[in-house]
Design a protein around this ligand. Structure first.
Ligand code: CA
Length: 503
């Protein structure tokens, strides 16, 4: 039912009132308190005024017309300018019937006026919210209508931005969409929904470019040119990360002849001295196998004693590399189906397919460690209410090294490792649901520092390099805060019903 108040009050407070109070019923004490007590000012930092002909309403997000409409079902904001004959309505049970009827008539009139105005606001919002159609065979010079669809998500995002308003939907048709760089979304995209048009996440968003043009190189190994001088650490085949050429092979123990030499080097046998280690890494467990790190190999060749320097990782004393390690990223170690290797100085990538030829598979070279980056400019200007729904999000890069902590600083995540295929920072109400999140280099979803009230729900997450979903707040003692409570800026999320495996 509808209640009438003389004061403009904030919607957040109005929703606490009972909905079943009939007109003419004395207001409950809480309502009276609100009517006669302190009325918060309009000018809150996040508030927006919406002007209507007879007054004004306030909403924290006027672009959310559905929310406005839900409030409209049981509340009406009456301008202070309208404060005459109905001043006691409906709270004074001693009013005459005539007065009640008059007030009721007037009130109904006002209600109709307000409802009309709000409906117009809602209608305007609805009209402003457009759907942009994207199909793989579209054209980015098209307007994005159903008859003249766009070809890419970046073009659709730009079109939605240019249109202004909020609540736009980008509808992706079934097919494959490749991207040359990280796709960014910010506060200008607030309210945007990116959605697959058909069930089953059949719209496949790839975080990189397809690798094609393969030729047989030697035996079962194929190779193809890639940009010279550019390293990458994840080759994705049919939505799964391929194994970087390593020794020993999986299931064959550790080391394979290599072993740790102190905390910052490995030793290799003399028969490996001539190999090129320009793209090599060492995956190693530490200490008593508490955790593992990826160490960068720092020189392309070992010295005459077979010593190959690697970075020191977290540098935690008494927790150095142990003998459980793999050496990888060396072409000579590419010796079984499913392995791949980059020679970035030469500009070639090599691969031994598990079946058929490389042309039988979708092979992806990732463009970066973040594929979808949703980030407002600052904590005070978050990207809000952006949704990814019913799409496949496939592939992002890993990194040269991976440390569990910043060197010498327990409990921290190094800045350069705060990475996710879907990365959110300075975000509110980011939603990822009903998606397939495949072959992320780092985490599939990483919500960083300032991130609140996000939802990650009902997704398939597999093949991530580190975590399925990672929520990363401030390290204790860090950040521009005066108290622990103030530093609690990563919160309110709902992570539910995700199937996460092989991460
Ligand atoms: Ca191997």
């Amino acid at each position: 039912m509808i209640h009438c108040f003389r004061f403009p009050v904030r919607p957040r407070e109005l929703i606490t009132l009972p909905r079943n109070m009939a007109p003419g019923t004395p207001s409950p004490s809480s309502a009276r308190t609100r009517m006669t007590g302190h009325v918060p000012p309009f000018s809150t930092p996040s508030a927006t005024r919406v002007l209507v002909p007879d007054g004004e309403i306030e909403t924290t997000d006027y672009t959310d017309y559905k929310r406005v409409m839900s409030f409209m079902a049981f509340t009406v904001w009456v301008s202070p300018r309208f404060d005459g004959s109905h001043s006691s309505f409906p709270c004074n049970p001693l009013q005459s019937v005539k007065s009640v009827v008059k007030n009721a008539t007037t009130t109904v009139s006002i209600l109709v006026s307000r409802i009309t105005c709000l409906a117009v606001v809602a209608l305007c919002q609805t009209l402003m919210a457009a759907t942009y159609y994207v199909v793989p065979t579209g054209n980015d010079h098209n307007p994005g209508t159903k008859d003249k669809p766009l070809a890419s998500l970046p073009a659709a995002r730009d079109a939605a931005r240019a249109a202004g308003g909020s609540g736009h939907v980008i509808l992706l048709a079934t097919g494959r969409y490749f991207h040359t760089a990280t796709l960014t979304f910010d506060e200008r995209d607030s309210g945007l929904t990116v959605k697959g048009a058909k069930p089953g996440a059949t719209a496949e968003l790839y975080g990189g470019l397809p690798v094609t043009g393969w030729e047989k190189w030697k035996d079962n190994i194929w190779r193809t040119p890639v940009p010279k001088g550019k390293r990458f650490y994840n080759l994705i085949v049919d939505g799964k990360p391929a194994t970087m050429a390593q020794t020993p092979n999986a299931g064959s123990g550790f080391g394979g002849g290599a072993g740790p030499r102190g905390s910052s080097a490995v030793g290799v046998p003399k028969e490996w001295l001539g190999y090129d280690y320009s793209d090599a890494q060492v995956f190693t467990f530490l200490g008593s196998d508490w955790f593992a790190e990826m160490r960068a190999v720092l020189k392309s060749s070992p010295d005459a004693n077979g010593t190959l320097p690697v970075d020191e990782g977290s540098g935690i004393k008494d927790c150095t590399m142990n003998g459980r390690l793999f050496l990888r990223g060396v072409l000579e170690f590419l010796d079984e189906p499913g392995e791949w290797c980059l020679k970035h100085k030469d500009g070639f990538v090599y691969y031994w397919p598990k079946s058929g030829t490389p042309a039988d598979h979708v092979i992806l070279r990732p463009a970066g460690e973040r594929f979808l980056e949703i980030m407002g400019r600052a904590p005070a200007t978050p990207a809000t209410g952006i949704t990814f729904e019913n799409v496949s999000i496939i592939g992002s890069d890993f990194s040269e090294r991976w440390h569990i902590f910043l060197a010498g600083k327990d409990g921290s995540t190094p800045d350069f490792l705060q990475q996710g295929m879907v990365f959110g920072e300075n975000v509110e109400r980011l939603t990822v649901k009903n998606c397939r999140l495949l072959a992320a280099g780092h985490a599939a979803v990483w919500l960083n520092i300032q991130a609140q009230n996000c939802v990650v729900e009902n997704n398939l997450i597999t093949g991530a390099g580190s975590n399925g979903v990672y929520l990363n707040g401030w390290t204790i003692g860090d950040g521009p805060f005066h108290s622990a409570a103030e530093s609690y800026v990563n919160k309110g999320h709902r992570i539910e019903s995700n199937f996460i495996h092989d991460c």
